[in-house]
Design a protein around this ligand. Structure first.
Ligand SMILES: Cc1cc2nc3c(=O)[nH]c(=O)nc-3n(C[C@H](O)[C@H](O)[C@H](O)COP(=O)(O)OP(=O)(O)OC[C@H]3O[C@@H](n4cnc5c(N)ncnc54)[C@H](O)[C@@H]3O)c2cc1C
Length: 471
């Protein structure tokens, strides 16, 4: 029997679901509703006035190591059109911490601390490393850090960085906050000492190799690779993806606005939407909701009072072209853990995409975070702050910046991984389960389930698609 499915949200998650349904159930009528002018969400690109694409910071595709998720990528863009980064090249990352750019690793490198400080930390660190304290099941980032590294290290070194990044204490943050950046290990020893210790699983889980590029063969067991299109700009891939959706018969609607949602007695969902003067009503057998569940609750019941949540950081993207390669060695990106610059991450696109550097120069992107209680920045402010920061961080000189822009302020900001937000999500999910329909499926980021990275989102979506196809 022909099914009608409405997918809301044209990011990679919604696009994937629409694609799989249209491909594997060709009798399904799929409508994909996207509220902005373009598909792709954070995996789209900013297009400048010359038609050139600029990504929203570093966005590689990390394989899910599940063909249901990984195969569509190759179906949309042939394998030879992808850069494929295996093993330790999957993610070459660093960080700026305590006034220094660390290019050896994206874990806190504690070897630079004064000897006396290291001595004072050593006992509690290794007591924790060799204890049976359970960090995997920790209820908060604070508990995770204390159980894994000891209270001293957690309070003296991790807490200030987390405060800077998320404006919250470790005990206010969900454990996945530590995975969003890379804070689940520290660097303590030199290479040989690490090799000696690393036969112990607990040591290896807590202590990182000092130079990421020297990881001995066999230590990394995951086959996961990173992919990036050979043609610079993920948005080109998104355009190809959209064309494929249209070929498969998916009705793609941009600038769509949901004006009403209601659930019928038979569990089907009536969706009212409008776009560019067109208004439509669809009675959907399934509604795949790949955007904020808070908006879903409001759409189903405008009078519902949402649980209180921590507001996202304002998020800006600032692009520059540099005359010379940025001074960050072969790093794809680095996080900034020092306060005062509003910088979250700096991306060097030419480190993982050979066509990124052109006669215009070397493209870099600075992701800027501004606290939610401050006024939203303008594009000009974001570009000016980011430019100053690039010079201060030593990535380039003012003279070397040959082009500034484009800049972009993200409409939703960067979600903060706090326990309060996790609980708010869980509450919204449970209220939706009570009030909604079994035929409304919640996809996308799910902090209450620790789901943030794209491959995690797509793995969950692959299971959802199977459910929709088989029920
Ligand atoms: C700044 C940032 C950086 C990130 N970096 C990475 C990374 O490097 N690697 C990684 O794996 N993950 C990263 N993530 C996580 C990221 O959210 C996911 O990887 C992935 O992009 C999520 O895809 P999505 O389709 O669920 O959401 P999104 O990409 O956010 O797409 C959602 C889409 O829905 C649209 N939309 C929103 N509301 C509505 C509505 N009411 N009606 C219709 N459409 C709507 C939006 O315009 C958007 O196009 C990042 C997240 C952010 C915010």
């Amino acid at each position: 029997m022909q099914q009608e499915v409405v997918v809301v949200g044209g990011g990679m998650c919604g696009m994937y679901v629409a694609y799989q349904l249209a491909k594997h159930r060709p009798d399904t009528v799929v409508t994909l509703l996207e509220q902005s002018e373009q598909l792709g969400g954070t995996y789209g690109s900013i297009w400048d006035e010359h038609g050139d694409a600029h990504d929203f910071g570093m966005h590689l595709f990390y394989e899910a190591c599940d063909e249901r998720v990984d195969a569509p990528l190759r179906e949309i863009l042939p394998l030879e059109d992808w850069h494929i980064w295996p093993g330790i090249q999957k993610d070459v990352a660093g960080l700026y911490w305590q006034g220094r750019l660390q290019t050896n690793s994206h874990y806190l490198d504690l070897r630079s601390l004064p000897d006396a400080v290291r001595e004072s930390l050593r006992q509690s660190l290794f007591d924790a490393v060799h204890s049976n304290a359970n960090w995997q099941g920790a209820a908060s980032a604070g508990e995770y850090l204390t159980n894994k590294f000891g209270a001293d290290l957690a309070e003296r070194y991790f807490a200030p960085v987390l405060q800077h990044l998320w404006h919250a204490r470790p005990d206010e943050l969900a454990p996945y906050a530590l995975r969003m950046v890379s804070m689940d290990r520290v660097i303590w020893s030199d290479h040989d000492e690490w090799v000696d210790g690393s036969s112990d699983e607990r040591y290896r889980a807590a202590i990182a190799i000092p130079d990421q590029r020297k990881l001995p063969p066999g230590v990394r067991t995951s086959p996961q690779r990173a992919l990036y299109p050979k043609r610079y700009g993920f948005g080109h891939y998104i355009k190809q993806f959209e064309a494929k959706l249209v070929d498969l018969g998916v009705k793609v609607v941009r600038l769509a606005k949901i004006s009403g949602l209601s659930v019928q007695a038979d569990q089907r969902i009536v969706v009212d939407w409008s776009a560019l003067g067109e208004s439509k009503q669809v009675t959907a057998d399934w509604l795949y909701w790949a955007v904020s569940p808070f908006a879903l609750l409001k759409s189903l019941d405008a009078s519902s009072v949402l649980p209180s949540a921590d507001m996202p950081h304002h998020l800006g993207f600032a692009h520059f072209h540099l005359r010379h390669a940025p001074k960050m060695e072969d790093l794809y990106y680095f996080y900034c853990y020092d306060p005062g610059l509003n910088v979250f991450r700096v991306t060097n696109f030419s480190a993982y995409c050979a066509t990124a550097a052109t006669e215009q120069g070397y493209p870099v992107c600075v992701e800027m975070h501004y606290p939610s209680d401050a006024a939203a920045p303008t594009v000009e402010q974001c570009l000016a702050d980011a430019k100053r920061a690039l010079v201060k961080l030593g990535v380039t000189t003012e003279e070397d910046i040959v082009a500034t822009g484009p800049g972009h302020i993200h409409p939703f900001g960067f979600p903060r991984p706090t326990l309060k937000n996790q609980q708010a999500f869980a509450e919204v999910r449970s209220r939706l389960n009570d009030a909604g329909s079994k035929r409304i499926v919640l996809g996308g980021v799910a902090p209450d389930q620790g789901r943030f990275f794209l491959h995690e989102i797509l793995l969950a979506a692959a299971n959802d698609v199977e459910r929709i196809i088989n029920e």
